[in-house]
Ligand binder design. Structure first.
Ligand code: SF4
Length: 364
């Protein structure tokens, strides 16, 4: 797998999707020696079930472990340190990781209890948890979601889980962006498997999940977070730590030259949309007919951006979206299926950043 590759798979069999992404990326070949230690680093910022949009689905961990064990890797662990206000062991239980640990005989490591050592990170000393620093190959497994302070959170910020609580507090006093960028100079980002199943609209602790039913694979954490901005309707410049990380040599923000590898096509009706009141309020601007999860989810993120800028108002024509519009006419549509509409945005699915720009120009 090349550093500019982005692997995308849709569906609801999350375990199998994780396996397919790792197969495509040839993670086993990249690790090499089966004696090497491999760690899975999910996002368990809080003690909450993944359906709430904050934490990594246990099915993805099951898929990664089955893939690794089938290729002869048994020196595995799952490691995480929750945020300062929560206890990691409670987070392991809430997300169903105890069952995964028992089933596959993979230990859970609470990094809040680990020792730590300062490391030089291009002009900044940062304490890293010793067990995380000692791993031969790290699989970063963030959730693609919003964040109230940093706008988005995914691969780069997920590495806050491998620093001790004392360092996390220091990061907050420094305004998060600069230390997160420097942390990623030393954080092990060997492979990134993104849980884009139902990440939250704008809070890292969840509460307003947006169903996307996707899993993504990256080698470059900067490219990952840049693509996340596209997916949520933001510009990379809205999230300062992404550009800072690029300037420090961590990776590239150039999504325009990324190589997209689609392992399948999205299909309508593969997953039900569970919407909170807040998501429902955005969804009422759309008139979906058999919309695929990623298409509809991208529209929700785009509508949220328009809501942020105060652009949403009553009386707007409903936005057509979904496979039910194939061969139909309409006023305004999003996605290739709505090409019969007077105005429509191509793409299958289009990205939220493009949807927001299109609607701004043609709808509000
Ligand atoms: S354009 Fe149509 S087929 Fe493509 S993702 Fe959207 S709804 Fe699905």
């Amino acid at each position: 797998m090349n550093k500019n590759d982005i692997i995308i798979i849709h569906g609801t069999n999350y375990k199998e999707m994780a396996i397919q992404v790792l197969e495509q990326a040839d993670v086993a070949g990249a690790i090499g020696d089966t004696e090497k230690s491999v760690a899975l680093k999910p996002n368990l910022v809080v003690a909450a079930h993944p359906s709430g949009g904050a934490t990594t689905h246990s099915e993805l961990l099951a898929g990664v472990i089955e893939y690794l064990q089938s290729h002869g890797f048994f020196n595995l662990s799952i490691m995480e340190g929750s945020w300062v206000g929560d206890v990691t062991t409670s987070a392991f239980s809430a997300a169903g990781y105890g069952e995964i640990s028992r089933k596959y005989h993979v230990p859970l490591i609470d990094l809040q209890k680990d020792s730590y050592t300062p490391h030089e990170a291009k002009g900044m000393k940062i304490n890293l948890c010793d067990k995380a620093a000692a791993v031969d190959y790290m699989i970063n497994m963030p959730v693609l979601k919003g964040h109230c302070q940093t706008t988005v959170t995914c691969a780069l910020k997920n590495n806050k889980g491998i620093i001790p609580n004392v360092e996390k507090r220091k990061f907050h006093t420094m305004g998060l962006h600069k230390p997160i960028a420097h942390l990623n100079v030393i954080a092990p980002n060997d492979f990134i498997l993104v849980d884009n199943i139902c990440g939250d609209l704008d809070f890292e602790e969840g509460g307003n999940p947006v169903t996307m039913n996707r899993v993504l694979g990256f080698r470059d954490p900067v490219l990952c977070d840049s693509y996340v901005c596209d997916c949520m309707g933001y510009s990379v410049d809205d999230v300062p730590y992404i550009r800072l990380a690029e300037q420090l040599g961590v990776g590239s923000t150039d999504t325009a030259h990324a190589n997209f590898i689609y392992l399948n096509e999205d299909q309508a009706g593969r997953g039900r949309f569970k919407m909170t009141r807040r998501v429902q309020n955005l969804a009422k601007y759309a008139d979906p007919k058999d919309a695929c999860s990623a298409c509809y989810g991208s529209l929700i993120y785009a509508l949220d951006r328009l809501n942020d800028s105060g652009s949403l108002k009553k009386g707007l024509p409903p936005i057509c979206i979904g496979q039910g519009y194939k061969g139909q006419t309409g006023e305004i549509g999003v996605g290739q299926c709505t090409c019969g509409c007077s105005k429509f945005l191509k793409g299958c699915p289009p990205k939220a950043v493009d949807i927001a720009a299109f609607l701004k120009e043609n709808w509000i």
